[in-house]
Design a protein around this ligand. Structure first.
Ligand code: PRP
Length: 177
């Protein structure tokens, strides 16, 4: 396995930019939900680092849970199937829910998660994503909190992977083989 610096990589988001965006998002969430019950559900695996930093930037009690999904798209279109590998367990009927995602790419996972979690009747359901592709129609898919809008670059780091690797980078880099 090559270290990342042997690939042609360009840092897209430095750790300090990410930290500032996460701190600001945490502050907004703190203000928006006041002292209402709040549950954050991180979508594995990509969200695990963002989730860990975001929850520590929201200085109030909250519940934390995770869901793991897998999507089977085909190469020609974004229409694929998403299925649950590991479901979240926390009862959310009396709580506001914030889905935590590393990236909204085609929006397929977004659609699935909204439908799936909405069935459990939370008080409200919104999403916090570190990255949103600029191809995502934010009128159609409302991402309440997002850190950065990016183009169609293949990005890795801060939870995002290339074939399972590079999730452990502190920054987000454009990955080109
Ligand atoms: C990534 C990411 C989102 C999803 C977004 O997960 O974490 O969950 O893709 O893509 P979409 O908007 O096109 O649906 P991935 O399937 O790569 O799995 P991972 O989280 O385990 O890396």
């Amino acid at each position: 396995m090559k270290p990342l610096n042997e690939y042609n990589q360009r840092i897209l988001l430095q750790k300090d930019e990410i930290d500032a965006a996460v701190r600001s998002m945490g502050q907004r969430i703190l203000e928006d939900y006041a002292d209402e019950p709040l549950t954050l559900i991180g979508c594995l695996k990509g969200s695990f680092i963002f989730m860990a930093d975001l929850v520590r930037a929201i200085h109030r009690p909250l519940h934390i849970d995770f869901i793991e999904v897998s999507s089977y798209g085909n190469d020609l279109s974004s229409s694929g199937n998403v299925r649950v590998i590991k479901d979240f367990k926390h009862p959310v009927q009396d709580s506001h829910v914030l889905i935590v995602e590393d990236i909204v790419d085609t929006g397929l996972t977004f659609d699935f998660l909204f439908e799936h979690i909405w069935l459990k009747k939370p008080r409200s359901l919104e999403i916090a994503a570190l990255l949103v592709r600029n191809s995502v129609d934010l009128e159609e898919r409302s991402v309440k909190y997002h850190g950065f809008t990016i183009g169609d670059e293949y990005v890795v780091g801060y939870g995002l992977d290339a074939a399972g690797l590079y999730r452990n980078l502190n920054h987000v880099a454009v990955f080109e083989k």
